[in-house]
Design a protein around this ligand. Structure first.
Ligand code: 16G
Length: 240
């Protein structure tokens, strides 16, 4: 309930109340939020205050607006384990979610200095450059640009890349993927990322770069993954 004598701002109290309704399932993903007028009448608060609370929740991704239709409850964010070297396919299958990929580009290019340095190749060595939109239940979740050493992984096809690149690597080389170094940065979607992820340009994204090796230390992948920040959060168990 809203307590007008509380030192907590009213918009904040309403924000917490809506959050609770989402957490308890009283409001479910896809549900339309009651109108500003309904909230303002129910709680005897101004529509401005309601708007302020709703804006906060739109900003943090718990609600989204559809022009001309109203405000709706967003899907819950996917919690991705930070530890564990899994592929997108494994992540989704582990959740029982149907997954697919759109391969928007599939090329062999010459390694630039950065790629060569990261993958222990020589500058201008051939590498696959694969750009994929990764979908869960037909919703774009991530956009990935992957570089793979072309000599080591020769024979990779666009069809195989539309499935699982990790499966191809492990089967083709008959050797397990072993470890990776990974960085995560906050960023804003550029034109291309926004189009592929079906979000507005400038929306928050999580930029993940992964440099992956086989168990024996051979570098096999340099990948840049762009995840929708409104769909993902990362989870890690820590202790001391
Ligand atoms: C994940 C990896 C990416 C890898 C891909 C392979 C992150 C941040 N990135 O998306 O580096 O290339 O899985 O997926 O987790 P696949 O085997 O399904 O093609």
């Amino acid at each position: 309930m809203i307590d007008k004598s509380s030192p907590l701002p009213i918009y904040y109290q309403l924000e917490e109340l809506i959050k609770k309704q989402i957490e308890t399932g009283e409001l479910e993903p896809g549900d339309a939020l009651p109108s500003e007028r309904e909230y303002s009448e129910t709680y005897q608060i101004s529509r401005m205050t309601v708007r302020q609370a709703v804006n906060q929740l739109v900003q943090n991704g718990m609600l989204y607006r559809q022009q001309g239709k109203g405000t709706f409850v967003a899907e819950r964010k996917i919690e991705k384990q930070l530890l564990g070297l899994t592929s997108f396919t494994e992540d989704m299958q582990g959740r029982g979610v149907q997954t697919s990929s759109d391969v928007v580009e599939f090329n062999i290019v010459l390694a630039n200095a950065y790629i060569a340095g990261q993958m222990q190749l020589k500058k201008k060595d051939p590498v696959y450059e694969i750009k994929r939109i990764r979908l869960a239940e037909n919703t774009p979740m991530a956009y990935e640009i992957t570089y793979l050493p072309a000599t080591l992984l020769n024979g990779l096809t666009k069809e195989a890349a539309a499935q699982s690149i990790y499966r191809y690597i492990e089967q083709h080389l008959n050797s397990p993927i072993g470890q990776a170094k990974q960085t995560i940065e906050a960023s804003a979607a550029d034109d291309v990322e926004a189009e592929y992820l079906q979000i507005a340009k400038g929306s928050p994204i999580l930029l993940i770069e992964r440099n992956t090796r086989l168990k024996d230390g051979t570098p096999v992948e340099l990948a840049k993954s762009v995840y929708r920040a409104d769909r993902y959060k990362f989870k890690v168990d820590i202790s001391r």
